[in-house]
Design a protein. Structure first.
Length: 289
């Protein structure tokens, strides 16, 4: 609907930041941080996966993009997508396809909390990508969009009894779904016009979004193969599915629109990859050791 009804997409584009902040608050409200810490049974593995996702893969994506001559907006967008935290939906996706949901939950939360401190220095400092915003400004915006929901979720947990939160868990999950719908409307703003004006560019960007998702997935699964097949595949799913909502929420309107449109295109592989890859996971024995 967001793609096919441009006025609807334009209506919700202005509330993407608020929608993402609300979404983060509700998702973190449903995540018990004490439980996450209890899951931290393999800290070295979690640290290695986190460093791989937030530091190694962006550098690898940058090297590949430059080697392929992709020094324009699409190349920059691909590199930035590799800097994002793991999508908050990763644990659910992992369980859906029979992979390790526990490690997915821990790494998704850890990378979300760390991304305000890793992505801006890499994008604006080391790689010099022009995002029409200063390094401190981008760090502050990301920290606000991540930190404020975290504080709100902690405050709500202190004010509302655990049994009450549990009783309304279904309603919170339902609200998350509706916020994802509204976010989906907003990020499609301008996509139909671009598709009609430059169909080759949009289809090329979509192909690159899928290639980036699957490429990071495969590279991670191979890099962590020694940790066990099921865990390596879960790490691959984490690496491929990144949270572009944060970047769409904090980047200024002056940012090259092709970069923002690529982030919107990344939503397609994000939501389709678990279903596309599920038969492959079943074939290679994702439920095994």
């Amino acid at each position: 609907m967001g793609l096919l009804v441009p006025p609807l997409a334009a209506l919700f584009r202005d509330v993407v930041t608020i929608t993402v902040a609300g979404l983060m608050t509700l998702v973190l409200l449903r995540v018990d941080l004490a439980q996450v810490l209890a899951y931290l049974r393999r800290p070295v593995l979690v640290a290695a996966l986190t460093a791989w996702l937030l530091l190694a893969l962006p550098v690898l994506a940058y090297v590949i993009a430059m080697a392929a001559g992709m020094d324009g907006p699409l190349g920059a967008a691909l590199v930035i997508s590799a800097m994002g935290c793991a999508a908050t939906s990763s644990p659910a996706f992992a369980r859906l396809v029979g992979l390790d949901g526990e490690i997915s939950l821990v790494v998704a939360v850890v990378t979300t909390l760390l991304v305000p401190f890793t992505a801006p220095p890499l994008a604006l400092g080391l790689m010099g990508i022009d995002l029409a915003i200063s390094l401190p400004g981008l760090m502050a915006r990301l920290a606000l969009v991540v930190g404020l929901p975290l504080l709100l979720s902690i405050a709500i947990r202190r004010l509302v009894a655990a049994p009450t939160l549990a009783r309304f868990g279904g309603a919170v999950d339902g609200a998350v779904v509706w916020l994802v719908v509204l976010y989906g409307f907003g990020v499609m703003d301008g996509m139909l016009a671009r598709l009609l004006a430059e169909p080759a560019w949009v289809m090329g960007g979509l192909a690159l979004a899928f290639a980036g998702n699957f490429g990071m997935n495969i590279a991670t699964a191979l890099a962590f193969a020694a940790a066990g097949r099921r865990l390596a595949l879960a790490g691959g799913l984490l690496a491929g599915n990144r949270n572009m909502a944060l970047f769409l929420a904090v980047l200024p309107a002056a940012t090259d629109e092709r970069i923002l449109l690529f982030f919107a295109l990344c939503q397609f592989p994000l939501f389709l990859s678990p279903f596309l890859l599920r038969p492959i996971y079943a074939r290679i024995g994702g439920r095994g050791p």
